[in-house]
Design a protein around this ligand. Structure first.
Ligand code: ZN
Length: 443
């Protein structure tokens, strides 16, 4: 799927400096103990702690927000009834469209102007077709420090970085991007710097900073691997973290060899922060950050209850991600909790068949690969219509798309028409996650 971006021409990025809240002593005073507790919880929450955290989020949702009291009442559920994680299933789930329409009612009434100031009001990129507004409170933001320290200890990265040294550099290649620097009082006042590869002398800046941890999406880490191989810089971070979409194993291996760092891929949602990290023993599992999230599976989709954020509670939230959940069991890497397996993309990337079930359009990939397309996107626009948008040197003649037109009725279980649309401009920009399959239908 990633090969479709190879021919995309580079675009000059737009960079802007972003102001960052720098109340370091306040942050140290307010969040040092909670982040320490989070880190301990990630190392292995004593049983019962997660139920307490879960009950507390349900209580906050029911007593302090505008949305949940009615939703809970309609489902006949009350937070005090929760005895174990299994009881969560009796509470109503929160769809993305409800979160989108009623996001103001998801705020706790306890939110103050200071909380808004310390937190972050964001919106998802909308890769599921439904961008969602959300509020990340300061605790959720500082949770990232607990997460990094947990992985640092888990991967045996050694002594903490020196006070005042560079802790974390976030690498970026996206077209529009904020760049900034701040200190991390919760990690020995180390420097956090977001660095764009298009900044002047980015490799030299990175080498000079010599960060303990490098993080970014697979594209920006790919750029790092290339820079290291071309001897544009030398770098020896202890830990490299990848998120946004799955990191190819070959890239992880290259980075290990080039830097000697532990390389960890993790699964994160913009709405919540980190959710799971990929097993370092090569099992492919995503081990859940127990104590920080409660994850369920419903009809193949992951539902998530975020235990971090009490000011904007998300209870049984539809992530739009398709995967299976595996119960707790000891893993070769030492993890003992439950895991996400068979991660297979986004709900919106599935087509809707005539009987209402989901159909996987990537089955058509071999037929699409046989066409002279530079980039393409296959969109289900109606139950009986699919649109193939593509860019390429020239328009393709309809007969050459006949194999796809013939395969669609088999995939969707009904006669389906195929429309073709040729585009002169590229469909996806460099650094953008290509959404190759997309359904505009609600399931
Ligand atoms: Zn494992």
């Amino acid at each position: 799927m990633n090969d479709v971006t190879e021919c995309t021409p580079p675009r000059t990025p737009e960079l802007f400096a972003c102001p960052v809240r720098k109340r370091y002593l306040y942050q140290l005073w307010r969040y040092r103990r909670p982040t320490h507790r989070w880190k301990q919880a990630l190392h292995g929450a004593p049983s019962g702690q997660s139920v307490e955290g879960l009950a507390e989020i349900l209580r906050v949702a029911e007593e302090e927000t505008g949305h949940y009291p009615r939703a809970f009442a309609e489902a006949g559920a009350h937070w005090g009834d929760l005895r174990s994680q299994c009881d969560l299933v009796h509470f109503p789930s929160l769809t993305r469209s409800t979160a989108q329409e009623r996001w103001r009612e998801l705020f706790s009434r306890r939110v103050t102007a200071d909380d808004i100031d310390e937190g972050w009001l964001g919106a998802t990129s909308g890769s599921t077709g439904e961008p969602v507004r959300f509020f990340m409170d300061a605790m959720s933001i500082h949770f990232f420090t607990a997460f990094v320290r947990f992985l640092w200890e888990r991967e045996g990265c050694g002594a903490d970085p020196g006070i005042g040294s560079t802790g974390i550099v976030l690498l970026c290649t996206l077209p529009r991007s904020a760049i900034y620097r701040t200190r991390l009082p919760l990690w020995r006042f180390t420097l956090f710097r977001k660095l764009h590869w298009s900044e002047p002398e980015a490799p030299r800046q990175l080498e000079t900073m010599a960060p303990a941890v490098v993080t970014g999406d697979p594209d920006s880490l790919q750029r790092l691997a290339e820079a290291l191989e071309a001897h544009e810089l030398e770098l020896a971070p202890r830990l490299i973290l990848s998120s946004a979409w799955a990191m190819p194993d070959a890239l992880a291996q290259r980075l290990r060899e080039l830097t000697g760092a532990a390389v960890v891929d993790y699964y994160s949602l913009a709405e919540t922060g980190p959710v799971a990290w990929r097993c370092t023993a090569g099992t492919g599992r995503l081990h859940l950050l127990e104590g920080a999230v409660e994850v369920e599976e419903q009809n193949g989709e992951l539902l998530l209850t975020n235990l971090r954020n009490r000011l904007f509670p998300l209870v049984r939230y539809h992530t739009g991600d398709l995967a299976r959940l595996e119960p707790a069991r000891p893993c070769a890497c030492g993890a003992r909790g439950s895991s996400i397996v068979e991660f297979s993309g986004r709900v919106a990337a599935r087509f809707v068949a005539c009987d209402g079930s989901r159909a996987d359009p990537s089955q058509l990939q071999p037929l699409l690969s046989a066409l002279p397309l530079r980039q393409f996107q296959l969109v289900q626009t109606a139950r009986d219509e699919v649109l193939l948008r593509y860019s390429g040197e020239r328009e393709i003649a309809p007969p050459s798309a006949a194999p796809i037109a013939q395969a669609l009725p088999r995939l969707l279980g009904r006669p389906t028409s195929l429309r073709l649309e040729h585009l002169d401009a590229p469909l996806f920009l460099a650094g953008e996650k290509p959404i190759v399959y997309r359904s505009l239908l609600e399931i």
